[in-house]
Ligand binder design. Sequence first.
Ligand code: PRP
Ligand code: MN
Ligand code: MG
Length: 181
Amino acid sequence: QSDVSGDLANVLLTEEQIGAKLDEIAARIDADYAGKDLLLVGVLKGAVMVMADLARRLHHPVQMDWMAVSSYGSGTKSSGVVRILKDLDADLSGRNVVIVEDIIDSGLTLSWLVANLRSRGPASVEIAAMLRKPDAAKVDVDVRYVGFDIPNEFVVGYGLDYDEKYRNLPFVGTLAPHVYS
Ligand code: PRP
Ligand code: MN
Ligand code: MG
């Protein structure tokens, strides 16, 4: 397979823009959780890049855990019913949790996940998401830390995939129509 650059229509966020935003978010998290316990929960697979780049910017001694979830049934996410493919190892009772996500699209994944984690008796649950698509929202999700609001276009890179590809791009871009048509 050749270089992916021909598959991209344009770059929406550069590696530098993402890094600068993560510096800001990390500083806020350090301040907000100073002297407190903090568990970062990454949502596989999209959140891998954000988790790695955010966590290494924190001075706070966080722990990291991971969940893998999938919308129930066939392909469509519109039901909002989510299935746990891999659960946390950590017990959440009394913990301060920040869920780390790459993107909030319809909001259905995170609204389900927040409710699920809140039912486990944590001290607090907040969300850090690198991207949010306000025009795609089907449910309101209360996000404490958001990187960028972006247009309702199909984006890939920095953890985001199309058919499991493009996750490893260090930037966020839009796909050229020929790729998915
Ligand atoms: C993507 C993305 C978010 C979710 C957002 O994950 O990483 O987790 O969709 O969509 P929503 O707001 O409409 O629920 P996906 O289910 O594609 O799995 P992946 O992270 O493994 O790519
Ligand atoms: Mn995901
Ligand atoms: Mg995906």
